[in-house]
Design a protein around this ligand. Structure first.
Ligand code: FAD
Ligand code: UDP
Length: 374
C-alpha cells in the first residue's frame, strides 16, 4: 500500500512526490506518456536539449522557490530576450527603449513617452473608462503603432480570436519600460537548468517508484486501491468523466527541424508578429544553453515552428481558456473536487489554470506541507 498515488510526473507531481518522500511517505508516480517530466521534458538531439512541449524559461521573484530548484540543479545565465519579426523588420521585445527607437527613431525616454502619450490620447477619444478587451487595453497602454505591428496579429494567431474579444489582462503580462532593457521578465531570478530540465525531474524523483506508459483511466479501479490517497495532476474534467462538459484549451503544433548549420536565427525566440506568417514563433533550442563560441562549435541546430490551434479531444491541452463558459464549468468540477476526502488535485490541468513553472512548484510545496501537517 502506497501513501500516495501521484498521477502525472510533471513538475507538480514530481515536487509533491519528492517532498512526501522526504517526510517518510511512500509514493508511486505514474504517467501516461513514455517519459517523465510532463511538459518540461527535453529530448537530446545532436547534443542540444530540445524543449519538446514548447520553450520553457524558469523565472521567479520567489526566493524560496528559486532556492528549492537550485538544490537539485544549477541554473545558467539565460535571460529571455525575444525578437519580433514584422514583415522582415526586427524589433526588440518586451516594449522598451530599443523597440521605440526601432519603431520611431526616438532616442530618449522623454521622446518615447511623448510619442506614446500622443497615441494614447487618440485612443482615449473613442475608448471611455476602463478597457473592455485586449484591443482597447493595448491601445491605451502603448498606442496604435505598437498594437498594429507587434500585438494584433500575433495575439490573434495565438488565441484564434479577435483582440476585441479577448480579456484585457493578457496583454498586461508584458512589461513596458522606458529603459534599454530587453529582458522579457521583471523577475530577479531566471535561467535554464544546466544540462536541461530532465536533470531537475530526475533529481526530484530520485529513489521514488515511477511507471510510464500508464494511463490512470485505463486502470482506474485497480490503481484507486493501491494508495491511501491520490494526487491527480491530469485534466479535472476527465477525472469526472466530462459530466459537466469539456473544458477548452488552446494547443500548439510544433514543426521541428534539425538543420545542418550552427546558427539559424541568432536567438532562442523569434516571434512572427504579422498575419501572413502562419506560425507564431520559431524557437532555436541551442541558444537556451549554448552561449558565445559554443554556438558555432556545435555544427547542427534544431528549430521548432509553433502553430497555435484550437484544442480538440485527443490533442495535448496547453493553454486554459479562462472565459466565462469555461470558468463556470471549472467551478462545478472544483465543487466536486472539494468534497473528495482521498483525492487531491493540483497543477495546471487539474486546477485549469495557466501556471508558470515557479507557481507550480510553489503550489506543490504548499500542498505537500499541508499533507505533512495533517
Ligand atoms: P504537466 O507538465 O502538464 O504534467 C502533467 C502530467 O500528467 C503530464 O506528464 C501528463 O502526461 C500526465 N497525465 C495527465 N493525465 C494523465 C493520466 N490520465 N494518467 C497518467 N498521467 C497523466 N512555464 C514557465 O515558467 N516558463 C515558460 O517559459 C513556460 N513555457 C510554456 C510553454 C508552453 C507551450 C506551455 C504549454 C507551458 C509553458 N509553461 C512555462 C508552463 C509549464 O509547462 C507548467 O507550469 C508546468 O509544466 C506545469 O506542471 P504540471 O505538473 O502541472 O503539468
Ligand atoms: N504578445 C504579443 N506580441 C508578442 C508577444 C506576446 O502581442 O510578440 C501578447 C500575446 O497576446 C500573448 C501575451 O502578449 O498572449 C502574453 O505574452 P506571453 O509571452 O506571456 O505569452 P505566453 O507565455 O502566454 O505564450
Amino acid at each position: 500500500m502506497y501513501d500516495y498515488l501521484v498521477v502525472g510526473s510533471g513538475l507538480f507531481g514530481s515536487v509533491f512526490a519528492h517532498q512526501m518522500k522526504q517526510a517518510g511517505k511512500y509514493c508511486l508516480v505514474i504517467d501516461r506518456r513514455n517519459h517523465l517530466g510532463g511538459n518540461i521534458y527535453c529530448e537530446n538531439i545532436e547534443g542540444i536539449n530540445v524543449h519538446k512541449y514548447g520553450a520553457h524559461i524558469f523565472h521567479t521573484a520567489n526566493r524560496e522557490v528559486w532556492d528549492f530548484v537550485n538544490k537539485f540543479v544549477q541554473f545558467n545565465r539565460y535571460t529571455n530576450c525575444p525578437i519580433a519579426n514584422y514583415k522582415g523588420k526586427l524589433y526588440n521585445l518586451p516594449f522598451n527603449m530599443n523597440t521605440f527607437y526601432q519603431m520611431w527613431g526616438v532616442t530618449t525616454p522623454e521622446q518615447a513617452l511623448a510619442k506614446i502619450e500622443q497615441q494614447r490620447a487618440i485612443a482615449r477619444q473613442t475608448i471611455k473608462g476602463e478597457p473592455q478587451n485586449l484591443e482597447q487595453q493595448a491601445l491605451l497602454l502603448v498606442g496604435h503603432d505598437i498594437y498594429e505591428t507587434l500585438i494584433k496579429s500575433y495575439t490573434e494567431k495565438q488565441w484564434g480570436r479577435p483582440c476585441a474579444e479577448l480579456p484585457a489582462f493578457i496583454i498586461r503580462r508584458l512589461p513596458l519600460r522606458f529603459v534599454f532593457d530587453n529582458n522579457y521578465f521583471n523577475d530577479p531570478y531566471q535561467g535554464i537548468p544546466i544540462g536541461g530540465y530532465n536533470k531537475l525531474i530526475d533529481a526530484l524523483l530520485d529513489g521514488i517508484e515511477t511507471k510510464t506508459n500508464v494511463d490512470f483511466f485505463e486502470h482506474r479501479d485497480e490503481l484507486t486501491g493501491v494508495a491511501k490517497k491520490i494526487v491527480f495532476t491530469g485534466p479535472i474534467d476527465q477525472f469526472y468523466d466530462y459530466c459537466y462538459g469539456h473544458l477548452q484549451y488552446r494547443t500548439v503544433r510544433f514543426e521541428q527541424e534539425t538543420l545542418n548549420m550552427p546558427n539559424f536565427q541568432g536567438n532562442a525566440v523569434v516571434n512572427y508578429t504579422d498575419s501572413e506568417t502562419p506560425y507564431t514563433r520559431i524557437i532555436e533550442h541551442k541558444h537556451f544553453e549554448m552561449f558565445g563560441v559554443a554556438v558555432e562549435q556545435c555544427q547542427k541546430t534544431v528549430v521548432s515552428r509553433e502553430y497555435s490551434t484550437e484544442w480538440r479531444p485527443g490533442m495535448e491541452p496547453y493553454y486554459p481558456i479562462n472565459d466565462e463558459r469555461n470558468s463556470a464549468i471549472y467551478a462545478r468540477y472544483r465543487h466536486l473536487a472539494e468534497a473528495e476526502t482521498s483525492v487531491l488535485f493540483g497543477g495546471r490541468l487539474a486546477e485549469y489554470k495557466y501556471y508558470d513553472m515557479a507557481p507550480t512548484v510553489e503550489r506543490a510545496l504548499d500542498l505537500s506541507m499541508k499533507e505533512i501537517c495533517n
